[in-house]
Design a protein around this ligand. Structure first.
Ligand SMILES: [Zn+2]
Length: 256
């Protein structure tokens, strides 16, 4: 028996999603070379549910942004420049970008730095563009990490949450297991970001996220950015080596 790929959608889901899409690409309506796509990537916690699955043709699939925010708010809505111009009822691409930046609450002046010329050609290279987006706006517009608030297009430290992040790192370095940390947090009734109980996965993600030492992660590469640091680089590295010692998979990056 072959091992099933972890991120593959089950057949029953695929059938329903294909039916929902009418055997066409959810973006451009092409009927050819259809593939299944995660709206929220597995690396960002996306699951194999019907809500997280869309149908894309091979072309659209190959240029789809990995950022769920841009995917939903831009990429899936328009398959051509003409469509964008018609939707916003404007005259040209520049006005489309003005309308779009207003829509997502980003100043056009800032957004312009991100999108320089033809927006469609930019969308084609949106994967590269995301790095710039992250640089300019402080994060990718989705999934605000625990420990931060998102104010005026920047990540700002949330003092209560950032103290919890510091505790989590300190406890782990001092020998507590992820399980014990989960219990400690839930026992002391400290809410998680979504006001719910803490889970092992959440703690593991926090321990492996380089954002806490001032680095953005995008597509498994890191960039020194502008997120305010919550922990120092040494603690981050120390935690990764403990994860490795315990037989886990650490997130070791090439920090410059
Ligand atoms: Zn398509």
């Amino acid at each position: 028996m072959t091992k099933k790929k972890r991120n593959e959608f089950p057949v029953s889901i695929r059938k329903k999603v294909m039916k929902r899409a009418g055997n066409r690409c959810d973006r451009c309506w092409s009927k050819r070379d259809l593939e299944y796509h995660h709206k929220i990537p597995v690396s960002m916690g996306g699951d194999s549910s019907i809500e997280n699955c869309i149908v894309l043709c091979h072309n659209c699939h190959s240029i789809a942004p990995s950022d769920p925010f841009l995917l939903e708010k831009f990429f899936l809505r328009f398959a051509s420049i003409k469509e964008m111009i018609q939707y916003y009822n404007v005259n040209d691409e520049k006005e489309v970008m003005k309308s779009f930046s207003r829509e997502i609450g980003v100043k056009y002046k800032d957004f312009k730095k991100f999108i320089k010329e033809d927006p469609m050609s930019h969308i084609s290279s949106i994967k590269q563009g995301m790095r710039k987006f992250v640089d300019i706006f402080g994060h990718s517009g989705f999934n605000i990490p625990y420990g931060y608030n998102y104010i005026e297009q920047r990540l700002k430290i949330n003092s209560k949450e950032s103290n919890v992040v510091k505790d989590i790192y300190r406890w782990y370095v001092n020998g507590k297991s992820i399980c014990e940390i989960v219990k400690m947090l839930n026992y002391s009734k400290i809410p998680s970001k979504k006001e719910g109980l803490w889970a092992k996965k959440t703690i593991s993600k926090i321990l492996k996220n380089p954002i806490y030492c001032g680095y953005h992660r995008f597509e498994e590469k890191i960039y020194k950015g502008n997120p305010p640091k919550i922990i120092d680089l040494e603690s981050y590295k120390k935690v990764q080596s403990i994860i490795e010692e315990k037989g886990g998979i650490p997130k070791i990056y090439n920090f410059n």
